[in-house]
Ligand binder design. Sequence first.
Ligand SMILES: [Zn+2]
Ligand SMILES: [Zn+2]
Length: 366
Amino acid sequence: MKTTAAIVHEQGQDFRLEEVDLDEPRADEVLVRMVATGLCHTDISLRDSLPAEMFPRVFGHEGAGVVEQVGADVAGIEVGDHVLLSFRSCRQCGPCLEGAVGYCDNALMLNYMGFRMDGSTTHRLEDGSPLYGSFFGQSSLAQHAIAYADNCVVVDKALDLTLLAPYGCGFQTGAGTVLNVFDPAPDQSIVVFGAGAVGLAAIVAAKAVGVETVVAVDLLDARLEVAERHGATRVNPAYLGEQPVQDRVKELTGGGAAYGIDTTGVSAVVTQAQLSLRPRGTLVALGLGDEQYAVDAIDLLQNGKVVRSSIEGDSDPLEMIPRLLAMRAEGRFDVDHLVTTYPFAQINSAVSDVLAGTVVKPVLVW
Ligand SMILES: [Zn+2]
Ligand SMILES: [Zn+2]
């Protein structure tokens, strides 16, 4: 079939809306008409960093839409269902069987390479040449996407898909880090470096489970204001003068945070986040930025700290997304206002705005 996709022809180039050929869904596939697609930093950083031979390509991994066709072998999804799309996992390997689907042995093939396991691409350019798709098993920066039972979450038709698209990655990653990795007690403080969509979702989740002290660190006052509205204490390093940011966090948390999250991916900030922890604290570095982080080895050893990372907040989307939507329905997970919508044709403006920090979570709407 013909559909319209936002194509990146070469590394680092703008997205271009073009007509493409999309396969009919195979027996294990689902065809989804997109209503809205969130833009995540991973779309932008991989657009700018994947090797030249991995283009042209369709990105997009926070799709939300309506099922139009269902392959013969797919159970539990019907034509007309409203679905949120997330990342893929094989659900058969060791990590998957342990419930750690983010660490699936086949994660690279299923989410990043750009083709199916048999090497075929789901998309072709108008001249018939292959176009890499299957990004997170969806490539949903397009009017239609081919997805799978393992990454489709059926949701209530009464819900606004425009607001729900980011649950597939950004919101799930921030909230999942708090709920799955930390599972904090109310008196265990949390510091979040970088109050974008992932960081703010973490803050909202921390407050939802009763964490008393949450500190947000960012250079943008607008984002800190949002964090503050959700009950976080704000720290803008620009106003601290000579005081190191970790000393300020230690003051606010009575000796250091039990848990830390970095969403910046900037090595120097990851080190500050580590130094902001109390003894035996855990830092989860979620950013995709610098290729290496500097760890303060003495602090790590002396204080028995843990510095680790997490894919999608260690979530299984088929469980975490319904859990977050239940919390949302109870009024405990209010992240709707983080979304700024754009008509799909304005995708490149959405990219510039999120990079400039003027919006938190752009969602493209067809
Ligand atoms: Zn697996
Ligand atoms: Zn993402």
